[in-house]
Design a protein around this ligand. Structure first.
Ligand code: 9G3
Length: 573
């Protein structure tokens, strides 16, 4: 491709709104341009990368026995009403009306659409297992689209759906998809980790997320080098570090006598840090009380002072659909307490108290007194306050150890590029999609669903494959293989050799981007570094001797090569 025949509007300077490397370089290298917040155009180079990712996905999906289809983005509201999700999803589900005023949704995902289709077309167990996939545009009206393709409102997803006659069948389909994902991400040159994840609102049992490791990742993942345990922080379990709870009942400071509750003045002491300083106690001696509203009901969650509440775990423990922090007004009106001084003692009977199991072992704790500027010391759980539900509602923290093998846990940031779920019969039940088994019984399909954020994956690859000068594409994803530059286009010797190389390489099936602009060499080199094709070939002064200069984008040094040897070099690079 000649530079002048395509569209590669490179930028010399960083766009002000680009906060991450991938956003920065994808704009500067002329891969994408924003049309609206979270809505992007793919320019020719960006589209070629996207197509390369899709090719890899199709090969691995087909290899795993899945078959490609393409479902619509326009979904009649009735479809989402049958599954109950028309109301379950709020502003994030983009909705519109057709010319007759009928309500539609723009597809945010396709469980309803695919289950309805398969429910109509597949009635016998003989047709199972069946895994359909598509690569298609999704619409989700994100509150805060950001980081370019990383979190868009219109984005490209590969979503697959498996249909089996039994749970064992689903296990087999799930494993095939899981293995296909590992192959896809490896071929894309990504450093990734599959982690246990929370199935969230979509329900189902097992679910794993595939995380591309990156400092700009929005998720935190926990990993044990000892036994390989890996989980999203949302549900990761851990053993307290050296501060693990003393055995329940043992007095912390060796005092034999059971503690006496005392109420003390703590003027303007609200946070755990202020309390530890004011009382001279460790934070793990304090019970942190957090007031929330779960499905409209008041809840006070208790975790040890040195821990953070994990709302995903709490939500799952309570079986709640919604969980929000309680407002200060409600703290006063619903709890009869004061924000900053909330405690578990004496709460109204209708307030559910959920406590992390580390609270159980606290021999004499410090808690908020439920009144301004007052706390209580010498409090003992279950003697001085009730707990309605015990569970693990704390987040794993640095220094914690693995519950399986005791080794220290490590924490990384990750970009979610894939998510696989065992759905079971959640959608086949609600959509009444059934098949006849070999005894003629009508049964709901056992389903799985499997997503890859294709456009987000491209951004994740750039995050992992760039340097200060720009992108360094992994070979299989690169828009072109060779970046051919002629230094002095007006010099007939240089021009002739460059044209010859361009022609010969293309005839040999090598994808070449030929920068034949009338530009300064420096600008051409800077653009080549920005765009990041694997092999740069420069035709310059030594063209007269039939010598060209080569450089691998992933290497600092360039070297000279006889033009006649270029094809062999390119083929083996
Ligand atoms: C919606 C909206 C946003 C959503 C969903 C539905 C996330 C929704 C979860 C999934 C689950 C799997 C198939 C591919 C793999 C992921 N955000 N999810 O269901 F209406 Cl607005 O998408 N779907």
């Amino acid at each position: 491709m000649r530079w002048n025949d395509t569209l590669i509007p490179t930028l010399r300077d960083d766009p002000s709104d680009a906060e991450t490397n991938s956003h920065r370089f994808m704009l500067r290298a002329g891969l994408i341009r924003q049309l609206a917040a979270g809505v992007y155009s793919y320019l020719p180079l960006g589209l070629r990368v996207l197509r390369n990712v899709e090719r890899i996905i199709r090969e691995e999906m087909d290899n795993a026995g899945a078959v490609e289809a393409l479902l619509p983005s326009l979904h009649p509201a009735e479809l989402w009403q049958r599954s109950g999700r028309w109301d379950a999803y709020g502003d994030e589900l983009m909705r519109l009306k057709d010319r007759h005023g009928r309500p539609f949704a723009l597809g945010a995902t396709h469980e309803e659409a695919i289950t309805s289709l398969v429910g109509d077309e597949v009635k016998s167990y003989k047709k199972l297992p069946l895994t359909l996939y598509q690569i298609q545009t999704k619409f989700r009206d994100e509150r805060r689209p950001r980081y370019g393709l990383m979190r868009g409102r219109e984005f490209i997803m590969k979503d697959a759906y498996s249909f089996d006659a039994s749970a064992e069948g689903l296990d087999r389909s799930y494993k095939r998809m899981y293995d296909a994902y590992a192959a896809i991400f490896a071929r894309c040159g990504l450093t990734f980790r599959a982690v246990e994840a929370d199935s969230g609102s979509i329900g189902g049992t097992d679910t794993h997320e595939f995380m591309a490791l990156s400092d700009v990742g929005e998720d935190t993942i926990v990993h044990c080098r000892g036994c390989g345990y890996a989980a999203n922080m949302e549900l990761a379990v851990s053993l307290g570090g050296e501060g693990s709870p003393s055995p329940a009942g043992a007095a912390d400071s060796g005092e034999g006598a059971p503690p006496v509750v005392r109420e003390i003045e703590t003027p303007n002491v609200r946070t755990i840090a202020e309390l530890t300083r004011f009382l001279g106690v460790e934070s793990r001696r304090i019970v942190k009380s957090i007031a929330l509203v779960a499905d409209g009901r008041p809840v006070v969650a208790l975790v040890r002072g040195d821990r953070e509440l994990n709302e995903t775990k709490l939500k799952r423990l309570l079986g709640a659909d919604s969980l929000d922090m309680m407002t200060e007004t409600d703290v006063a009106e619903k709890l009869g307490s004061v924000a900053g001084y909330i405690g578990p003692v004496g709460l109204p009977g209708n307030v559910a108290i959920a406590a992390d199991e580390e609270i159980r072992g606290m021999p004499h704790a410090v808690v908020g007194a439920g009144a301004a500027d007052r706390h209580r010391t010498g409090v003992r759980p279950e003697r001085d306050f009730r707990v309605d539900v015990w569970g693990d509602i704390r987040s794993a923290a640095e220094g914690d150890r693995c519950t399986r093998c005791g080794e220290p846990l490590s924490f990384d940031k990750g970009i979610e590029i894939g998510h696989v779920f065992k759905l079971g019969t959640k959608y086949s039940d609600s959509m009444r999609a059934t098949f006849l088994d070999d005894t003629g019984r009508s049964l709901p399909y056992v389903m799985g669903c499997y997503g890859i954020g294709v456009s987000r994956l491209v951004a994740a690859v750039v995050e992992q494959h760039c340097d200060d000068a720009g992108i360094v594409w992994p070979a299989e994803l690169s828009p072109y293989r060779v970046h051919l530059i002629v230094i002095q286009k007006k010099d007939p010797v240089q021009a002739e050799l460059a044209e010859k190389l361009y022609r010969d390489l293309r005839r040999s099936g090598v994808d070449v981007l030929f920068d034949d602009r009338d530009e300064r060499a420096g600008a051409k080199f800077a653009d080549a570094d920005l765009i990041g094709l694997p092999i740069r070939v420069t035709v310059g002064k030594r063209a007269a001797d039939g010598i060209v200069e080569c450089r691998l984008r992933s290497e600092p040094d360039s070297f000279e090569l006889e033009a006649g040897k270029l094809y062999d070099f390119v083929r083996n690079a």
